[in-house]
Design a protein around this ligand. Structure first.
Ligand code: SF4
Ligand code: SF4
Length: 107
């Protein structure tokens, strides 16, 4: 089992999760990060530090977030590993917006 980054991270991407991951399991795109299920060690450190509760154990995903399990795996295969990130400029304004899947940028 791995952890999964869900919709709350889109356009927010504070980056605390990336800094604590001992496995380099995070991969980053323009306005979202994902967890590589092949490298995640299931330690839960990232879940504890995410300020918007965007990171959820794969087995605990809400029904409307289940698609993010596959999306994390798909994007981790094409996005580079990230080891540090700065928050996006409008992160605070976007942090608690609940419906923002349409804002995900996939180059
Ligand atoms: S800490 Fe949360 S909001 Fe920030 S990049 Fe990680 S998952 Fe996204
Ligand atoms: S659960 Fe641990 S190993 Fe997996 S992504 Fe989070 S910090 Fe990294």
């Amino acid at each position: 089992m791995a952890y999964v980054v869900t919709e709350a991270c889109i356009a927010c991407r504070y980056g605390e999760c990336v800094a604590v991951c001992p496995q380099d399991a995070f991969h980053g795109g323009p306005n979202f990060v994902v967890i590589n299920p092949a490298t995640c060690a299931n330690c839960s450190l990232c879940e504890m530090v995410c300020p918007v509760k965007a990171i959820v154990a794969a087995t605990d995903l809400a029904p409307d977030q289940k698609a993010y399990r596959e999306l994390n795996a798909e994007l981790a295969a094409v996005w580079p590993v990230v080891r540090e990130l700065q928050p996006l400029p409008d992160a605070d304004a976007n942090a608690f917006e609940t419906t923002k899947r349409h804002r995900l940028i996939v180059p």
